[in-house]
Design a protein around this ligand. Structure first.
Ligand code: C2E
Ligand code: MG
Ligand code: MG
Ligand code: MG
Length: 273
């Protein structure tokens, strides 16, 4: 009896595993097709100074799937990282976003900084040189570009990835450490990182003002970051109370639904006017 039950469970488990593997394989094939069929889209979320000026936009990828509708990045970026497709996706994001911004500037929009999310997986030998060559070809000033790399990935990455970031910073590209506070950087590591900015993870902003601990964490990150000469960006700002707190604590830039959701290109263009 017990043995039969165990076996039933085993078969059930095997079926589930097979279904999961099949779904993954299908998604990988889908990513390949999506690139060919041009199904990816970009959303642009503005970054604000404490006094309310837009000084940048962060590019966020979306997938308009023909059958499944909109797919958020966290449902396919990790798989793209694992399978290596992130390289091609990243190249597409870079070119599409840079050309879009150049268009806006040509049409008279005031200059701002364009931020892109980059996976550590992309930062292989030659990445910096290839990126700079492409920027030069398009006439996109490197000083207007910012790369966001998540803290956890950056901390685990090899020295090559850090070297690529350092090369880009020499050409005045800005580097931000994204989702800061969720990884486990030590002060010693942080001091050596080739970065300009820390983006405080949304999870520490979400429960302000209810959670006193989060307020203390934010205060500590701002003090530590500023002491290391880094700019502090608060993401996920959803309320006025949060905005007021973060400004009071000295955050240099703010981003979140309170200011603006990520916008389709047309809406971002309208905002720039
Ligand atoms: P992230 O870079 O930390 O981006 C912030 C995420 O928070 C975005 O989710 C954004 O839509 C969302 N967000 C912004 N403001 C608020 C707010 O006030 N409240 C709440 N609840 N959420 C807010 P999204 O677009 O789903 O992106 C998720 C993650 O996917 C990003 O996190 C980034 O790590 C990754 N990602 C997005 N686009 C790309 C890309 O082109 N390449 C790579 N490698 N990763 C990307
Ligand atoms: Mg980001
Ligand atoms: Mg973030
Ligand atoms: Mg995040």
């Amino acid at each position: 009896e017990a043995k039969a039950q165990g076996r039933g469970r085993y078969i059930h488990y095997r079926r589930e595993l097979a279904a999961r593997i099949e779904a993954r394989t299908a998604l990988v094939e889908d990513i390949h097709r999506a690139l060919a069929e041009d199904e990816f889209r970009l959303a642009y979320q503005p970054l604000f100074t404490p006094t309310g000026y837009i000084v940048g936009f962060e590019t966020l990828i979306r997938w308009q799937h023909p059958h499944k509708g909109w797919i958020p990045p966290l449902d396919f970026i990790p798989l793209a990282e694992e399978t290596g497709w992130i390289g091609e996706i990243g190249d597409w994001v870079l070119e599409t976003a840079c050309r879009q911004c150049l268009d806006w500037w040509r049409q008279g929009a005031a200059p701002f900084r364009l931020a892109l999310n980059v996976s550590v997986r992309q930062l292989q030998s030659g990445y910096a040189a290839a990126l700079l060559t492409r920027l030069r070809r398009w006439g996109f000033p490197p000083a207007r570009l910012e790369l966001e790399v998540t803290e956890s990935l950056l901390m685990d990455s090899d020295s090559q990835a850090l070297e690529e970031l350092a090369l880009l910073r020499e050409e005045r590209v800005t580097v931000a450490m994204d989702d800061f506070g969720t990884g486990h950087s030590s002060l010693a590591q942080l001091k050596r990182m080739p970065i300009d900015r820390l983006k405080i993870d949304r999870s520490f902003v979400r429960d302000i003002p209810a959670d006193r601990n989060d307020e203390i964490i934010v205060r500590t990150i701002v003090a530590m970051g500023h002491a290391l000469g880094l700019e502090i960006v608060a993401e996920g700002v959803e309320t006025e109370v949060q905005r007021d707190f973060l400004v009071r604590e000295g955050c240099d830039l703010l981003q979140g639904y309170f200011f603006s959701r990520p916008l389709a290109p047309e809406a971002a263009a309208a905002l720039l006017k």
